[in-house]
Design a protein around this ligand. Structure first.
Ligand code: ASP
Length: 336
């Protein structure tokens, strides 16, 4: 389903229900039944394993759950889950088919983090679909945490990744239409993104996370957002919990959002309270133009509680726990 249509549908159905249980079921899911998230939450919140992801990505969470239910670990689950969206050429914000920058280049950012606090990331990666897997290779096979541009691409090819053109006909057409006016507005509206961020907690209670994106459509050449920046787009601390972000990356970076959420959980906040506080830090900044952009967080803690919060209506989280793969609308800061 295209993001634009999905947002239209869910805005009619989902209604937030308050702190700590502020997610409600709002969409059908192809690989699992839909139930009320509020009632499911109380009964099953400590049932491991489970996986959560930004936006409506039931096929990705289903893949991650398949890995987890086969006794796989959380790291394999988040990588393989994200790969589903990267390979989906219909999705225009992740991997193949991602919308290009203003010069027509599709450039990918991704990162991954494991239960030991190890991490890997790639920025401005071109011609390689599975950026999240390259990030994992950076983590596991190099002494570094981040590779960029040509170096990242050459590294990927040396590891056997296939080089291919990621610009699909549909994305090329969208870019050509955009070029007519070439309006470059370095802001993000609530529809113009759908980075996939995924967090999983496996049978043993170990946590990993991953994040992958083609970034802001029609961004300046060379622009990198929050998604590959450890602590901003993603942070995992296996003793506490994990958080992943989506939305206008510049605003997430300025507040080191995902690290902030995990640190707030360390200090005793629930995942829901921590996500809300991190959004508050953005919107209460002097002269913040938060009405013009979206940021959303999802988080989980070691106990298996989850939370989600965004600036604007329309942000959703997909959660697969036991046999239920559910998409839920998040509470949001702007009420009108
Ligand atoms: N956070 C991403 C970025 O700024 C965009 C997104 O979430 O869609 O690159």
């Amino acid at each position: 389903m295209k993001r634009r249509h999905f947002l239209k549908n869910t805005s009619l159905i989902g209604v937030g229900i308050g702190l700590g249980s502020s997610l409600v079921n709002c969409a059908e899911s192809p690989k699992g039944k839909s139930t009320s998230a509020a009632s499911t939450e109380n009964q099953t919140k400590t049932k491991l394993p489970f996986v959560i992801a930004t936006w409506n990505v039931p096929n990705a969470t289903a893949k991650a759950m398949e890995v987890l239910q086969a006794n796989g670990n959380a790291l394999d689950a988040v990588e393989q889950g994200c790969m589903i969206e990267e390979a989906n050429a219909e999705g225009q914000s992740v991997g193949k088919g991602g919308l290009p920058d203003r010069d027509g280049n599709v450039t990918l950012d991704a990162c991954i983090m494991d239960k030991h606090g190890n991490c890997g990331s790639v920025v401005y990666l071109q011609n390689i679909t599975h950026a999240v897997s390259v990030a994992r290779k950076v983590m596991e096979d190099t002494p570094h945490v981040m590779l960029a541009g040509k170096g990242a691409e050459q590294f990927a090819i040396s590891k056997g990744f296939k080089s291919e053109n990621l610009l699909t006909e549909a994305s090329k057409k969208a870019w050509e239409e955009w070029k007519v006016k070439s309006e470059y507005k370095p802001i993000i509206n609530i529809e113009n993104h759908d980075t996939i961020g995924m967090l999983a907690i496996d049978e043993k209670g170990d946590i990993s996370g991953a994040c992958t994106t083609s970034g802001l459509a029609y961004k300046m050449g060379g622009r990198v957002g929050d998604s590959p920046i450890i602590g901003s787009g993603l942070f995992v601390d296996n003793e506490v919990g994990a958080c992943v972000a989506t939305g206008l990356g510049e605003e997430v970076v300025k507040t080191v959002g995902s690290f902030l959420v995990v640190e707030l959980m360390r200090q005793g906040k629930s995942p829901q309270e921590a996500c809300e506080e991190a959004i508050r830090r953005i919107v209460t900044k002097p002269n913040s133009n938060y009405k013009d952009f979206q940021v959303g967080y999802i988080a989980l803690n070691k106990k298996g509680d989850t939370g989600s919060y965004a600036i604007h209506k329309g942000f959703t989280m997909t959660k697969f726990q036991e046999d239920t793969n559910t998409n839920m609308q998040a509470e949001h800061y702007v009420k009108s």
